[in-house]
Each structure stands twice: as structure tokens, then as C-alpha cells.
Design a protein around this ligand. Structure first.
Ligand code: SAM
Length: 289
């Protein structure tokens, strides 16, 4: 099987299998060898590594990953791509294809079965319609992870890196910055994909911290507080937290706690730093019913 990662061979495969792109699955296949080389180099793979690829498509990046890593597990939702993957990856005996929705599959189990529970590396050209839930799930389900090297919509990469006080700041920014160090690898124009998406993309690497930059006694509660704070963007933080229903604190407790921290009861979630969220959630956790 000829190497993919260029327009000609990709078009041939699409033609051979009469494959129909499905918009609902965010199918934009990479057809640029330089970008593929950059992604693979930035993922820093070794022959020890087990890679989890999310959405292999027709197997373009999977071929590159299979060359560099010990093992690749690729999770693809579209059943029409499975026979194509069996063809394009037939030369490799170190690739496992799983026909599943990445948001439903047990990733911890994959890490256990394929890598003895040791940290895996995630490498993917992500389906853009579910970038945030995928990244949040990878971090919050405590999957053993070394790094996540992903192609995302440029705006999503911006969100992952911004601090308080900007419109892009939210739960994704805080989750990324709590769990990992983000580093932009390269910008990718729409012309590198088939079909072309409407927006430009960015490759970003998130290297998992051994220890988060702030201390949180209860990470689950911290992220419940963060989610509630951004649920109602136009409302105050106090409103968001008091209305959340799953935090076990009422309005008076929220306002009292904000006052203890020297914050106004009118403060909005997007102005708080990660440190402040950690402190706020720690104080609320002590008082919750
Ligand atoms: N990796 C290929 C490439 O770079 O050419 C394809 C990338 S394409 C942007 C995203 C891929 O994710 C598609 O193959 C799509 O079918 C798959 N996908 C979409 N939603 C998914 C989900 N929930 N779980 C697993 N794969 C999914």
C-alpha cells in the first residue's frame, strides 16, 4: 500500500472504496506530508511507546505512527472506514483498530491492555466538533497519559492557552493548564486537508504535568466548581455556583466565601485565575453540606 499523506493517493483510496465524507464526523483528512512529519516529530515517539490515535480516518497518520511507535491503538467511529483501514494498514502488525466512539470507549482499559497501565501518548487530528469533550475526558477520567499531540481548530488552541479576562477563557483553558503544559507546534492552513475545512488549524502538544501547578484537595470538586462558574457566562460567579445544584453550597455560603477571599459577590468566573479557583473550591468543599 502506497504511503498516504498526499492528494493523489488519498483521492485514489476515496475513489477505490467510493467513500463518502461525513460532515457529522468532522472528516477532513490530512494530505500534507510536511505537516505529518512535524506532528510525528513533535510527539517525540520511541519504540517503547503505545500511541492512542483518535479518528484515524483512512489511516494516513496511523502509517507514520506505526513506523515510529511500538504499538498504535486507533479508535474510529465510522464503520465505513474500517475496511479501508484494514487495507491501508495491512503492512503493519502493531496496529489495533477499534470501531467505537472515543467518548464511549474505556480508555483506561486500552492503556491497561495495551500498555500495562503505563502512560500512553495520544496523537490525533481531532474531529473538531468534539475537541473539548475529548480533551476534558482524557484528563478527567485519569487516563495514564504522557502527552497529547493534536491538530485542533486554531480557536481551540487559543482557548487552551489564554488566561483570565479574555472571552476565550473557560473550563477548557483551566483543565489544560491544570493538567498540562501547552505548546503550539505549528499553524496549519485549510489547504492541507481534503476536503478543506472552513477554518485554519493548529497543532498543539500538551505535556502532562507530574504534579499540577496548584494544589486541589478534590480535583472532581474543583472542576465541578469551574464548570458551574462558566455555565452561565452572563451571570455572576455567585449565581452560577448557587444555582449549580451539585456543589452542596447555597448562595450565602458562596458570598461569604468570596468575601473571605477578598472578592466581590458580583465577580465573574472569567476573571479568576486557576489558583483562585483552587482556593475557592477548597474553601467551599470544607463548608458544603
Ligand atoms: N486522522 C485522519 C487524518 O488525519 O487524515 C482523519 C482525521 S478527521 C479530522 C477526524 C476523524 O475522527 C474522522 O476519521 C472521523 O470519522 C473520526 N471521528 C469522528 N468522531 C469520532 C468519535 N466520536 N470517535 C472516534 N472517531 C471519531
Amino acid at each position: 500500500m502506497a504511503a498516504l499523506g498526499n492528494v493523489k493517493n488519498t483521492a485514489e483510496i476515496i475513489q477505490k472504496y467510493q467513500f463518502r465524507f461525513q460532515k457529522k464526523f468532522g472528516q477532513n483528512f490530512l494530505v500534507d506530508g510536511n505537516i505529518l512529519d512535524k506532528i510525528i516529530a513533535s510527539a517525540q515517539l520511541t519504540k517503547e511507546d503505545c500511541v492512542l490515535e483518535i479518528g484515524p480516518g483512512i489511516g494516513t497518520m496511523t502509517q507514520y505512527l506505526a513506523e515510529e511507535a511500538r504499538e498504535v491503538v486507533a479508535v474510529e467511529i465510522d464503520k465505513n472506514l474500517i475496511p479501508i483501514l484494514q487495507d491501508t494498514l495491512s503492512a503493519y502488525d502493531n496496529v489495533t483498530i477499534i470501531n467505537e466512539d472515543i467518548l464511549k470507549v474505556d480508555i483506561n482499559r486500552i492503556a491497561r491492555e495495551h500498555n500495562g497501565g503505563r502512560p500512553v501518548k495520544v496523537v490525533a487530528n481531532l474531529p473538531y466538533y468534539i475537541t473539548t469533550p475529548i480533551i476534558m475526558a482524557l484528563f478527567e477520567s485519569r487516563v495514564p497519559l504522557q502527552s497529547i499531540t493534536v491538530m485542533v481548530q486554531k480557536e481551540m488552541a487559543d482557548r487552551m492557552q489564554v488566561g483570565p479576562g479574555t472571552k476565550d477563557y473557560g473550563a477548557l483553558s483551566l483543565a489544560v493548564q491544570y493538567y498540562a503544559e501547552p505548546e503550539v507546534i505549528t499553524r496549519v492552513p485549510a489547504s492541507c486537508f481534503m476536503p478543506r475545512p472552513k477554518v485554519d488549524s493548529t497543532v498543539i502538544r500538551l505535556t502532562r504535568y507530574e504534579k499540577p501547578p496548584v494544589e486541589a484537595a478534590d480535583e472532581k470538586y474543583l472542576f465541578a466548581v469551574i464548570r458551574a462558574s462558566f455555565n452561565q457566562r452572563r451571570k455572576t460567579l455567585a449565581n452560577g455556583l448557587a444555582n449549580a445544584g451539585n456543589l452542596g453550597v447555597d448562595r450565602s455560603v458562596v458570598e461569604e466565601t468570596l468575601a473571605e477571599m477578598g472578592l466581590s459577590s458580583m465577580v465573574r468566573g472569567e476573571t479568576l485565575t486557576l489558583e483562585q479557583f483552587a482556593e475557592l473550591s477548597g474553601r467551599l468543599a470544607e463548608k458544603k453540606g
